[in-house]
Design a protein around this ligand. Structure first.
Ligand SMILES: C=Cc1ccc(O)cc1
Length: 188
């Protein structure tokens, strides 16, 4: 039988504990059309890539975050970024849904292109920009999202998010063309 992938492979999994959630890799589309990919790397670290929306093309690894389980199968993640952007996410993986609120400082709305990069190589530029440009009024974006992919990547897997986003990447991941059976990235 063919190996099941993504949502199909995870369809039977019931998330109950924090450990069930850590190491999970998600792709989801917010109701405003913005598509994000996000990985619970361990109990205090997240990685992500942005495929659609105001800052599509941006990607980040090893962002420090607070990750808690509010109730069985309900997870809350919060962090603040070097750009001054604050993020609060609530995942309901058993329902294939999540909710995200992004609090953008005004400068990111005015100059999104500065943030569209692999942020880890440009931390100084983010910190300079947040001082140089305006913070207020902030742009608050609260949205529900539908989860279109879930993968059990395991914790501390540096292969999950280690390449810049490209058009069609989410489709390749969903089609099982991006990682091997051990969740290592297939090099093309
Ligand atoms: C700004 C980062 C960010 C990462 C994931 C997400 O769902 C929303 C925002």
């Amino acid at each position: 039988m063919l190996k099941k992938k993504g949502l199909e492979q995870m369809a039977d999994k019931q998330f109950k504990t924090l450990d069930d959630f850590l190491g999970t890799h998600f792709i989801y589309t917010y109701d405003n059309g913005w598509e994000y990919e996000w990985y619970a790397k361990n109990d205090h670290t997240v990685d992500y890539r942005i495929h659609g929306g105001m800052v599509a093309g941006r990607w980040v690894t090893n962002q420090e975050a607070d990750i808690v389980m509010l109730a069985p199968g309900l997870y809350k993640i919060s962090w603040t970024e070097p750009t001054g952007t604050d993020v609060a996410l609530d995942f309901l993986p058993n329902e294939k849904k999540m909710h995200g609120t992004i609090f953008f400082p005004k400068w990111v709305q005015d100059h999104p292109e500065i943030t569209v990069t692999y942020q880890n190589d440009h931390i100084d530029l983010m910190e300079e920009s947040r001082e140089k440009y305006e913070t207020y009024p902030k742009l608050v974006v609260p949205e529900m999202a539908k989860i279109t992919y879930m993968g059990d990547a395991g914790q501390n897997n540096d292969d999950v998010i280690n390449k810049a986003p490209y058009a069609g990447m989410p489709d390749d991941i969903r089609a099982g063309k991006f990682y091997d059976a051990n969740y290592k990235r297939l090099k093309k």
